[in-house]
Structure formats: structure tokens, C-alpha cells
Design a protein around this ligand. Structure first.
Ligand code: COA
Length: 334
């Protein structure tokens, strides 16, 4: 049967061409966090692996951080910003429901007229973005895409809440995705479990707050043990499924870069995946905290810059968080 609609196809494959991060300058130690919660440096290190984290300045926005990371990723990729046809900003902390952070960032980085939208997939947002950009480069929706994970979680954290105050932090990481002659982004294994939407949530909606402004502005709330059990129980299976889908064995990985949720979750996933000791594992959380959508590209940049993982090496990524949502894929490092 003939159709009046013609179609386009894109590149045979897509690849990550570059990665660049932005870390705010203000270092926040565990001692400083403990000025507002009943805890200790020792407890925080042992239970989360976090030694310190970064907070953005009061006048430093999600869009500001995203713009810096994206500008540097485009420079490293060696393309002109005007060639970028799609900008995806993965974030849950851009403070405006509309307009999107992505439209502003596209304009500010010089991707004038590019398609632009935000992705609300919390800590899985960066891996969601990679999957979407990969599909669009291959299907002809764009030649080059910029995917940015960025958060200013310090604005949405209750700094007196023992369950979250020590975990969340700020930062941005960006990649350029472009055409490739060889396979460099494996099939995504992704999904959601909305039945567990209360596990990481807001204390109130902004509309509820407007109708009945209480003493506390809405902030993030987390059922820590529920999230821990889900991450440890299910996420290793998701990561294994992404390895299987890409036909890559764990022993052939050059890096494992999970979302930097909590060092104990990372360690549990390593055990469940039976990851050989020679595979380097991202542990950026120690000095960066949990930056949600930004954590994977920040950790990727650090591993490459420190020489822990080789350029062109094979890495397993997995993001998971509020929704609950998750996404995992095997990629070739830029
Ligand atoms: N400092 C010191 N003690 C604390 C504390 C803190 N910040 N928070 C809780 N505790 C204490 C509790 O009072 C309790 O003490 P008790 O045994 O004497 O009653 C004990 O630690 C256990 O409390 P619980 O709330 O069950 O903590 P936990 O063992 O579940 O640890 C987390 C809390 C948040 C570290 C843990 O649940 C976790 O890591 N969850 C996953 C979070 C995560 O990674 N989120 C990101 C997802 S994207």
C-alpha cells in the first residue's frame, strides 16, 4: 500500500562525541551539613560515601550551569553551535514549569532555532536523553544533539531533613551526540514504576502551597530504605539487561558509570553484576554528592580526565530515581 507521507533516515549509528561538566565553586563539607541536622561526618561517609558536595551560588541558575557545560561540550566536539538541531535538558530543578530550560539554553549556546525540550526523569534523565538523542540522530530528526543533565537540588532540599540534606547537590554535565559509522550506543533498557511514585516525592505541590502557604516551601522527600531496596534489588538486573542487549560481557567493560545515588548502592550493584575487579567504577559521589540528572556525565568526565577510563572505551551507564524511573545502556566513551 502506498502512503502520501515520505520519510527520512539519519546516520547509520550515533555516538557520544564529547562530554563536559560544570561543578559550582562552593564546597559544602559534611561538617557544614551537620550544623543543621543531627548527624556526623563519620555517619554520612559510611552510609553514603559522600565526603563533600558542591552548591551553586544563589544567583546561579539551572540554565546558567547547563549553558556552561553545553558550551564546553560543543567546543570539545569541534562542531559549530549552529549545527546543533536538538537540545535536551534533563532536570527536575528548573524552577519554571514553562518556558523550558532547554529553549533558553539552546538560545544561549548559539543553537539558534534548534528543537528544545526538557526531560523530567529525575536521576534517570541523562540516560533517557541519550536514548532519545540516539534515536533521533539515527532516524534523521537531527544530525547533532546536545544532552544536558543539570540540577540545583540545594534549592529544593530541606536542609534540616536528616534523610536528604546530606545527599543532594548541584552541578551540570553535557554531551554532544552525533553521527557514527559504527555502533557506539547500545539499546536502551528503560521503564518506570509509578506505583512507587511516593518513594521520592515533593512534600506538597506548588499549587497546594499557593492555596495554603505553610511555614515550609515544598521540598524533596524520600523514603530512603524503600529507594535503597529498589535500587539494590532491581537496578543490577536492569544493568545486566543492557549488557545483554548490547552483547557486551561485564568483563569487557572499560568503565561502569552508575548514577551517583549512594556509594553503598554502587557497591551492591557491583556485587550483583559480578563485575570483575579490573573494571573501573565511577565514585564521583565522594566529592560531588548526588546531583541527580547531572551525576553520570560529571562522573564520566572525571573518569576520562583522571585517566581512570580510556577515551573510546566501553562503558555501562545506568540512571534510576524518582518516578520511579530507570534507563541503562552501553556506550563508547568519547
Ligand atoms: N545521621 C545520623 N543518623 C541517621 C541519619 C543521619 N542523617 N538518618 C538516619 N539516621 C539514623 C536513624 O535515626 C536510625 O537510628 P536508630 O537505628 O538508632 O533508630 C538509623 O540511622 C537508621 O535510620 P534509617 O532512616 O532507617 O536510615 P537508613 O539506614 O535507611 O539510611 C539513607 C538512610 C538515606 C542513608 C539510606 O536509606 C539510603 O541510602 N537510601 C537510598 C537513598 C538514595 O540513594 N537516594 C538517591 C536515589 S536517586
Amino acid at each position: 500500500m502506498s502512503s502520501p507521507i515520505s520519510s527520512v533516515t539519519g546516520a547509520p549509528f550515533a555516538r557520544i562525541m564529547s562530554v563536559a561538566g560544570y561543578r559550582p565553586s562552593r564546597v559544602v563539607t559534611n561538617e557544614e551539613v551537620c550544623e543543621r541536622i543531627d548527624s556526623s561526618d563519620e555517619w554520612i561517609r559510611e552510609r553514603s560515601g559522600i565526603i563533600e558536595r558542591r552548591y551553586a551560588a544563589a544567583d546561579e541558575s539551572v540554565s546558567d550551569m547547563a549553558t556552561i557545560a553545553a558550551t564546553n561540550a560543543i567546543r570539545k566536539a569541534g562542531i559549530d553551535p549552529a549545527q546543533v538541531g536538538l537540545v535536551l535538558v534533563a532536570s527536575v530543578t528548573h524552577p519554571y514549569p514553562t518556558p523550558s530550560a532547554a529553549a533558553e539554553v539552546a538560545f544561549r549556546i548559539g543553537a539558534i532555532g534548534a528543537a528544545a525540550t526538557d526531560i523530567s526523569s529525575a536521576c534517570a534523565g541523562f540516560c533517557y536523553g541519550i536514548a532519545i538523542a540516539d534515536a533521533l540522530v539515527r532516524s534523521g530528526g537531527t544530525t547533532y544533539a546536545v544532552v544536558i543533565g543539570v540540577e540545583k537540588l540545594s534549592d529544593w532540599t530541606d536542609h534540616t531533613d536528616r534523610g536528604t540534606a546530606f545527599i543532594f547537590a548541584d552541578g551540570a554535565g553535557a554531551v554532544v551526540i552525533g553521527p557514527s559509522e559504527i555502533s557506539a550506543i547500545g539499546p536502551v533498557v528503560w521503564g518506570s514504576d509509578g506505583e512507587q511514585r511516593e518513594a521520592i516525592n515533593m512534600t506538597q505541590s506548588l499549587v497546594e502551597y499557593r492555596q495554603d502557604p505553610g511555614p515550609h516551601f515544598p521540598t524533596l522527600t524520600m523514603q530512603g530504605q524503600q529507594v535503597f531496596r529498589w535500587a539494590v534489588g532491581d537496578m543490577a538486573k536492569t544493568a545486566q539487561a543492557a549488557l545483554d542487549a548490547a552483547h557486551v560481557a561485564a568483563e569487557d567493560l572499560d568503565a561502569f558509570i552508575p548514577h551517583q545515588a549512594n556509594m553503598r548502592i554502587t557497591d551492591a550493584m557491583i556485587r550483583a553484576l559480578k563485575l570483575p575487579a579490573h573494571v573501573p567504577v565511577a565514585r564521583d559521589i565522594a566529592y560531588t554528592g548526588n546531583t541527580s540528572a547531572a551525576s553520570i556525565p560529571l562522573a564520566m568526565e572525571r573518569m576520562l580526565d583522571d585517566g581512570q577510563a580510556p577515551h573510546g572505551g566501553t562503558a555501562l551507564l545506568i540512571g534510576f530515581g524518582a518516578g520511579l524511573v530507570f534507563a541503562s545502556q552501553v556506550v563508547t566513551l568519547p
